[in-house]
Every structure is written in structure tokens, then in C-alpha cells.
Design a protein. Structure first.
Lengths: 499, 321, 154
């Protein structure tokens, strides 16, 4: 009850016009960061930190949080329109979001993403106020063993999405993991698979690979058939229809739950919640065959989970002082620079400030919705641009994105190479999403496995002693086993399940 | 072929950069400050405070970029490889950086001469701590347990051959005991590891955790010749009968070899001014980091001396393997 | 299609076997626990097994009659556009190192839209300028994203 009182006075402060202005400016800037290539949310937020120096600490934090939310949303726009995820968390949105755009439903996709983000963000903030503090310490129980198990479970679930292609999906996962291992060994520092090429020491960049596999490959596929526009379908909708919204209620609520719980665990990152929510949605759906072909629930679940995660990730930061993603770490840096040390003492030492910031999370989510719904139509209009210009534009976008992060031409070559590979894999019906997720999770997965084995002295028995890890490891493996070996008794069930 | 062309271009770029006209304009755009440890650890916190304060005088944004992993090797490699035009600077963590170059298995792509040390910021003494409700009340408890169960008590570092790893080796040698060594990437992971009960003891530095001492965590010893001003209640290792266990970490700003001297001077002036300011002291006190400004010949000598010292420790560590 | 899948799977098998060999050159386990080669070795072994299994199942699959019509590699009129994009991307990547982002991008934009069928010269000119000099200005000045500059300074 005491926190409710604090929260109310927090609202009173956050709703003053100048804080509202900061939050609004932050939302707009953040969305731009998400849309533009070459700037991840972390780098983008970092660049904008100096903007906040002239503000008072509360104002600075409000603006930076708004930038963070905006950036998380901005990536959705490019995913839907041109199949290029603006940041890792939008990879899943590409799957159904871009298909929806191809069917002329870009407006619906962007609209439901904005609505889902709003609901997910708001509910997660409510949960943050009510239950988060006790939960934060529970999340510490999640050690390297559980972490490794969670990664394995996540990858297996994504493989499960592939339907009849399950073997190919497993193989693509392994290939993605192997690609992720290129570079310096994260524990001992020995170079692996680098062949003396110094550009490879830091590993194969995620951004150039994704821009190639998604963006360039998409263009190559489109170029092959005579097209005047990137997407031929007539724009049918500007907003999700009443029916579409109704279909998404379940997806949005489940997405919020998944995003919130995973957001509490430090280090999970934004991408795991999005694909977990997506897989869950496909599993509970009565018509799983629509997923991957423009199911609005797919977009809603991933985007909701993304934003619920973004808000929940504030819990380990505020309550424990542990940043759970690079972007949050940048925020933490900004907190410290502004004289606020996140951690267990923050709530007792500076309650006014903390609760004002939490209240501003609510305000930020509302502003983001107000800002983005009217703009959905404008974004969707971009698809009217003739193919030749769209093609050149997307390529400029991809080149800057690939080059900009590390300033090396090597990454542009990587993008081109993966563009061609992506084109061939799409033609041959090899699923790409598992490889992408494996590429992101690979380093974390190896590190947590090796840390686990260091803790256990090299014995795998540690997984048997840890119930959470054991459950996370065995269930998905059993599921995969069933899907691969296709026991006859399950055949009828499987038919409705696949694709 | 690709690589050859790149080297060629880098060389031509370096030639352009070396011309005084460029140095006069420096800095014309944002400067990257690479930190070889993950966000939230004490290197990162110190770097972010420094970057924020130095950029006021510097006139351009200074962006902290975290490139963590392999005990800092990934980030140090990045600094060494960067174009020496003053737009990429990096945090040099000693002795962690020294030991990497001394371990042949790591095939480090840099040597100690790949960097120009410009200005030191912090000297952070080593600190041994356990969870608040841990059965180990003193350093002696811990050492006894490690003696009774060799290789069973897990102790975590902030990376292989980091100052923390060396501190564990020193304790093992001084007390004739053996720990099970777990390598994390940085302080934030140590915190979750030990508070979550996954690891028994952390070999860390004062700065990352001093605020939590007393409530969540219990300090066992500071590995320095004198008590830390932030933790006056915690005894030092010499006080506890282990005079040979002295380990600390210094962190300063450096540039890749070949960066023009006048650019280094501009960086030194801006950063040193920030380090010596009252505001810096206040902010660093709040996070438990002791300032130790060193520039020019003093820093260069420290840098060189440490290499000789680190050689001894690294040879130990390699023998363990 | 079936043939294409067989070739692709074969290529992945080669990749995995190569990875097995490479990770054997690193230490798998030693006194300090799992070494650098541990994770890649087991992954690559699993990958190789999966690739062999996939080769076998693909081989056994009955040929789909509709398969004959799906061509994997681009061809005909569309193939030319496909090739234009790939060649231009490669060319601009090489060119950027020597003439900088602005000049390379200007040429890339102009040639690409012409290759894709645009003929109005003034539209081409405006687009090429905006997509090179304009984009360069926005990214370097406002966003601090570095883009390649030629050795001669443009």
C-alpha cells in the first residue's frame, strides 16, 4: 500500500508538462533509432545520452527510458515493411509481419504491434509495481546450468516450429551455432575458425548476417519475378479490424506473461521472450497452419512479449543493480552519471525518484501508442514506392547497417554472401529462423555450459541435481524426439500440428 | 587478398591521419571508448563516469562500447586493431592485459607495445567476499574448508588470468590449498553467481560491491598493503597472515599504437582534467573506486614494470595447467 | 528441388566435417575443465550426423512431379535483374574503399534503378544524389555513423 502512495505522487510528478515533453521527445527519437540502420538500440541510446545532460536526473531518466521503449518498437516497422529486422528482438516479427504486408495487411500488422506493445508494456509495469521486488531475488536462483537449459529449450522449440522440415531445422540450428563460435573463445581467448583473418576475431556480426539472410535475400527473390512494387497486394487495411483485435487478446496476454517472466532473469536478452511467446502461440492456436503465412497472433505475441520484456528487465536493474541487456546497461550508465546508483538501496534512499520513473514508464507506453497508431498509415504508404527505388533504398539501408557498426567492408561482404545463401535456402525450403536464433544464442550457450562444467568440476551430473535445468532440458528434447522419429500412434495428431 | 588491401588502406589512412591538419581539427566527431568488460562491472562504471565528465571539455561525445569476453582479450584485440586516428580509445586493465600477451595458448593478436598508455584513472584493490549467509565467516574459515575439500570450494574470477585469477593462485600458494576456479566475464555475473548460491566465493575488486558489504555480502579480505578507505572495517591479507597475496587492478585510458602524439596529448589533457576534478572524486567515492591519476613517464614506467611482474604470475598459472 | 536439397545438405555435411577437424586441433578438455574445442567438436559431430540423416531421408523421398518446374537458380528476364543486384552490390562494396561512400553510392543508385527499368533521367539524378550525398550527410552529421571516405577525402 505504501508503494501505491509513492506511485500516485510519482504520477503527479511524471505528468507535469515538461516531463511529458521529455517523454514525448524520447519516444520519437527512440522510434527513429529503431528504424534507422547502423544503430542498434544500445548504440543509439548511448549517442543520445549527452542530450540528457542538461536535464535534471528525473527528466534525464524519463527521457532515456522513453528512448529505450521507442527503439524497441521502431525495429518492428522495418521488419514488417521490408523484412529487415531493425534489432534482434524483431526477428520473429519478420516471420508473420512481412507476410501480412505481402497480403496488403501492413496496417494491421503495425497497428497490432503498437497495441500489443502498449498492453504488454503497461501490464508488465503494473506487475513490476506489485510483485517484482520479491521476484527479483528469486531470479538469482537462475544459474549458468538453468541458463544453458533455457537456451537449449528455446532452440528446440523453434525447431519444433519447422513442421515437416524438422531435420533440416535441426541441422540449420547446428550450423548457426557453429557460425556463432567463430572468433575468440569466450573463456580462454584462443582463436577458433579464424584462419588468421583478423576481421573474424570478433566473430561474424549478427547484423550483417541478418540483413543478408532477410533483407538482401528478400530483394533477390522479389527481383526474379517481374514486379512494379516490392509488395503487389493492394493495401487492404490501415488498422487491425475488430475481429483481428479480438483474435489477438489471448496472444497479447500470453505474450505479456512470457515477456515479463523472462525479463526478470538477468541476461536472457530480448530475443528469447519473443520467440518463446511465438512458439507458445502456435502451440495453443486452433489453426497453427496459418503461422508463417501472415497470422496476426504471431505478430501480436512477439511484439507484446518484446515490450513486456523491456519493462520487466527494469526489475533486475532497479532492484538488484544488475543490467540484463546491453541497452539496459547503457541506461544504467546514464543512471550512475546522473547520480543514481541502481540497486537494493535505491528504493529506500530515493523513493520519490524511483516511483516517478516507474510512473513515467506508464506515461511512456501511452505516448508511444498515441504517437504510433496515427503513423501506421504513413509507414504502410511507403510500400507504394516503385520496386526499383524500394530495392535501391533497402540496399542502401542494408549497406549502412552492415558497415556502420564496425566500419569494415568485410561485414558488407558477409551481408552479400549471406544474401545469396539466404536466397538459396529459401528456394530450397530450408528454415532460416533457427539458424538466426542459434547465431545469437551460440556464444551465451557455450559460455553458460562451460561455466556450469567449471562449477561442477567437469561433471554433467550437475544437470541432474538442478530440477529446473533438468525439466528445461528434457521436455523439449522429448518433443523433438517424437517429431523426428514419428511414432505411428501420434501420426494423426501430428498432421494437424505441422506447418 | 582482402586483408592485404585493407592493410594497405589502413596504412594510407594512418598516413593521412598523421598530418598535423587532422590533429588540429581533433576531435571532429564522437570518440569510441572500448571497455573490454561487460556493462555494470567496475571497469565499465568508472569508464562511463570518466567518459561523461571528460566529454564536457572534449567537445565531442565519448561513447563507451563494451566488448567483453575471454578475460578482456576480445576488447583489447579490438583496441589494438582500431585505426590509430584518435577516434578509438580504450580502457587498459592491468595486469589482465599483460597476462594475456604472456600466455602462448591465447595467440593474442597484440603485444604490450600495441597500445600507448595515456592516462590512468583507477587503482582498485582486490577484495575477497562471500554471500551474507555463507558458513565462511573469515578468510581462515574459507582456506580451512578449501584445504579439507581440495578442489570443491568454487571461487569465481572476472576472467582467465585476470587480477582476480592471480589473487586466487596467490592464496592457493600462500595457504597450500586448492579451489575450483570458475571464470565469469565480469563483476555483474559474479554478483548473480554468488548471491544466487551457484558459486561459493568471489575474488573481486572493492569498487564493484563495496556498497553491498554488511547486508547482502560478507567481506573476508582486501588484497592490498593498506585498508581500503571504502571498507575500513575489512582486514587486509598481510594483516591476516598472507603478506604475499597482494593483487589489484589499475585501469586507464590508452590508444592504439601509431596514434599521433599531439592527439594523445589532447586526450590526456581532457581526461586528466576530468580525473582531477572534485566532481569526479565525489562520483567515484559513491561507487567505491579509488582514483590514481598517472600520466606520461610515470604511467609508462608503471606499465612497463607491471609487465615484468605479470610474467612471474602467468608462468605460475601456466604451470597449473 | 530434391537435387538442390541434396547438394545443399552435402555442402553442410562438408562444413560440419571440416568443423570437426578444426576443433580437434584445439584442446577438448584439460585439467581446467572443458577447453576451446569442446563445444564446437560435439556440435559439429551432431551436425554431421544430422546432415547424413537428412541426406538419406531426402534421397528416399519420392520425386514430386511439380518439382521439375521449380528452378532453383535464377533464369530468364528475372535472372538478369537478380544478377544485376548481386553484381552491383559486389561492385559498390569494392568501389567504396577506393572512391568513398558518396561517389560509389551515387553510381550504384543510378545504375541500379536504370537496370530495373527507370528511364526518366531527372528522377534518376535526384534519387541518386539523395541516396548518396544526402544519406551520407544525415548519417555522419546527425547520427555519428561513420561511412567510408576515399583516400582523397571525399
Amino acid at each position: 500500500m505504501e508503494s501505491l502512495g509513492h506511485l500516485l505522487s510519482g504520477f503527479a510528478a511524471a505528468l507535469s508538462w515538461y516531463y511529458l515533453l521529455y517523454a514525448l521527445a524520447g519516444c520519437i527519437l527512440g522510434t527513429l533509432i529503431g528504424v534507422l540502420p547502423g544503430l542498434g538500440p544500445a548504440a543509439g541510446t548511448a549517442i543520445l545520452i549527452p542530450l540528457t545532460f542538461s536535464l535534471d536526473p528525473t527528466g534525464a531518466i524519463i527521457m532515456l527510458s522513453a528512448i529505450y521503449y521507442g527503439a524497441m518498437y521502431g525495429g518492428t516497422i522495418t521488419s514488417v515493411l521490408i523484412n529487415v529486422p531493425g534489432e534482434a528482438a524483431s526477428v520473429i516479427t519478420c516471420i508473420d509481419g512481412h507476410q501480412m504486408a505481402r497480403q496488403g495487411r501492413a496496417g494491421s500488422a503495425l497497428g497490432i504491434a503498437a497495441i500489443g506493445s502498449f498492453v504488454g508494456g503497461t501490464l508488465a509495469t503494473v506487475a513490476l509495481v506489485v510483485v517484482a521486488m520479491p521476484l527479483a531475488s528469486l531470479a538469482l536462483k537462475f544459474g549458468p546450468a538453468e541458463f544453458f537449459a533455457l537456451m537449449v529449450a528455446g532452440l528446440c522449440l523453434v525447431v519444433g516450429l519447422a513442421g515437416k522440415n524438422i531435420m533440416a531445422a535441426l541441422l540449420m540450428t547446428v550450423i548457426g551455432l557453429l557460425l556463432a563460435l567463430i572468433g575468440l573463445d569466450p573463456v580462454r581467448g584462443a582463436p577458433r575458425f579464424t584462419f588468421g583473418v583478423e576481421e573474424l576475431f570478433d566473430g561474424i556480426g549478427f547484423v550483417p548476417v541478418v540483413m543478408g539472410l532477410f533483407g538482401v535475400a528478400e530483394l533477390l527473390l522479389a527481383a526474379e519475378t517481374r514486379q512494379t512494387h516490392m509488395i503487389e497486394a493492394e493495401l487492404k487495411s490501415w488498422m487491425p479490424t475488430r475481429q483481428e483485435c479480438k483474435d489477438c487478446v489471448g496472444a497479447i496476454l500470453r505474450g505479456t506473461g512470457v515477456g515479463f517472466v523472462l525479463g526478470l532473469i538477468p541476461g536472457v536478452g530480448a530475443i528469447v521472450p519473443t520467440f518463446m511467446a511465438y512458439v507458445l502461440e502456435k502451440r495453443v492456436s486452433k489453426t497453427p497452419e496459418r503461422f508463417g503465412k501472415g497470422a496476426i497472433e504471431g505478430v501480436a505475441s512477439a511484439e507484446t512479449a518484446n515490450n513486456a520484456y523491456a519493462n520487466a528487465a527494469m526489475v533486475p536493474l532497479l532492484a538488484l543493480g544488475i543490467p540484463s541487456s546491453p541497452t539496459i546497461a547503457v541506461l544504467m550508465g546514464a543512471f550512475i552519471i546522473n547520480g543514481i546508483t541502481p540497486g537494493p538501496f535505491l528504493f529506500t534512499e530515493q523513493p520519490t525518484l524511483v516511483w516517478t520513473v516507474i510512473a513515467s514508464f506508464f506515461v511512456g507506453n501511452v505516448l508511444l501508442l498515441i504517437l504510433n497508431l496515427p503513423l501506421v498509415g504513413l509507414w504502410a504508404k511507403l510500400l507504394k514506392i516503385p520496386f526499383s527505388y524500394m530495392c535501391a533504398g533497402v540496399l542502401i539501408f542494408c549497406i549502412i547497417g552492415a558497415y556502420g557498426l564496425k566500419q569494415t567492408m568485410f561485414d558488407v561482404w558477409v551481408m552479400l554472401g549471406f544474401g545469396i545463401i539466404g536466397y538459396l535456402l529459401r528456394k530450397l525450403d530450408f528454415p532460416i529462423a533457427p539458424a538466426i536464433l542459434a547465431l545469437i544464442l551460440g556464444p551465451m550457450m557455450e559460455k553458460s555450459l562451460r561455466t556450469t562444467l567449471e562449477i561442477s568440476g567437469g561433471s554433467f551430473a550437475i544437470f541432474l541435481d538442478r530440477p529446473v535445468a533438468l525439466v528445461l532440458l528434457t521436455i523439449p528434447l522429448i518433443v523433438i524426439g517424437f517429431l523426428v522419429f514419428k511414432p505411428r500412434s501420434l501420426a494423426p495428431l501430428r498432421e494437424s500440428d505441422v506447418e | 587478398m582482402l586483408i592485404r588491401r585493407r592493410t594497405l588502406l589502413a596504412a594510407s589512412a594512418a598516413a593521412t591521419v598523421a598530418s598535423p591538419a587532422i590533429a588540429q581539427n581533433y576531435p571532429r566527431r564522437a570518440v569510441q571508448l572500448i571497455v573490454a568488460f561487460p556493462p555494470g562491472g567496475s571497469t565499465d562504471v568508472g569508464a562511463r563516469i570518466l567518459a561523461a565528465m571528460a566529454e564536457k571539455d572534449f567537445g565531442q561525445p565519448i561513447t563507451v562500447v563494451n566488448k567483453a569476453g575471454a578475460g578482456g582479450q576480445i576488447g583489447f584485440t579490438e583496441i589494438a586493431r582500431a585505426r590509430p586516428d584518435g577516434y578509438t580509445l580504450g580502457f587498459l586493465n592491468l595486469p589482465g592485459m599483460n597476462t594475456i600477451t604472456l600466455d602462448p595458448e591465447r595467440k593474442a593478436a597484440f603485444t604490450i607495445d600495441s597500445f600507448i598508455p595515456i592516462v590512468n584513472q583507477v587503482l582498485d584493490p582486490g577484495f575477497i567476499w562471500v554471500k551474507g549467509d555463507s558458513p565462511y565467516k573469515t578468510l581462515a574459515d574459507l582456506v580451512d574448508a578449501a584445504k579439507k575439500n581440495p578442489g570443491k570450494i568454487s571461487a569465481c574470477t572476472t576472467g582467465i588470468l585476470s587480477d582476480d585469477h592471480l589473487a586466487i593462485l596467490m592464496v592457493q600458494e600462500a595457504a597450500k590449498c586448492e579451489f575450483r576456479i570458475v571464470h565469469f566475464d565480469g563483476g555483474a555475473q559474479q554478483l548473480t553467481g554468488v548471491l544466487g548460491g551457484h558459486v561459493d566465493v568471489a575474488f573481486d575488486n572493492v569498487g564493484s560491491v563495496f556498497k553491498r558489504v554488511g547486508t547482502e555480502i560478507r567481506g573476508l579480505a582486501v588484497t592490498d598493503t593498506q585498508r581500503s578507505k571504502f571498507l575500513p572495517q575489512i582486514a587486509t591479507t598481510p594483516e591476516l597472515g598472507m603478506p604475499s597475496v597482494i593483487s589489484n587492478s589499475t585501469r586507464g585510458v590508452g590508444a592504439p599504437k601509431g596514434t599521433p602524439a599531439d592527439i594523445c596529448k589532447i586526450v590526456e589533457t581532457a581526461f586528466l582534467k576530468a580525473i582531477n576534478s572534485a566532481e569526479m572524486k565525489e562520483k567515484m567515492d559513491a561507487v567505491g573506486l579509488a582514483l590514481k591519476p598517472m600520466v606520461g613517464a610515470e604511467y609508462a614506467k608503471y606499465y612497463a614494470d607491471l609487465q615484468a611482474q605479470a610474467k612471474k604470475y602467468t608462468e605460475w598459472a601456466l604451470k597449473m595447467r | 528441388m530434391r537435387q538442390g536439397r541434396l547438394i545443399a545438405t552435402g555442402a553442410m555435411l562438408v562444413f560440419c566435417v571440416f568443423a570437426v577437424w578444426q576443433s580437434l586441433l584445439l584442446s577438448l578438455t584439460d585439467r581446467l575443465g572443458p577447453g576451446p574445442g569442446f563445444f564446437p567438436f560435439w556440435l559439429a559431430v551432431i551436425g554431421a550426423v544430422l546432415a547424413v540423416a537428412l541426406l538419406i531421408t531426402t534421397f528416399r523421398e519420392a520425386a514430386d512431379p511439380s518439382d521439375a518446374e521449380t528452378r532453383i537458380l535464377p533464369h530468364g528476364e528475372g535472372g538478369k535483374r537478380w544478377l544485376a543486384i548481386v553484381v552491383l552490390l559486389a561492385a559498390v562494396t569494392v568501389a567504396m574503399e577506393f572512391v568513398g561512400f558518396r561517389i560509389a553510392m551515387f553510381a550504384f543508385n543510378a545504375i541500379l534503378v536504370i537496370a530495373l527499368g527507370e528511364r526518366r533521367w531527372w528522377v534518376i539524378a535526384v534519387f541518386a544524389v539523395l541516396g548518396s550525398v544526402g544519406v551520407y550527410y544525415v548519417f555522419t552529421t546527425w547520427l555519428d555513423v561513420l561511412l567510408p571516405v576515399a583516400p582523397f577525402g571525399f
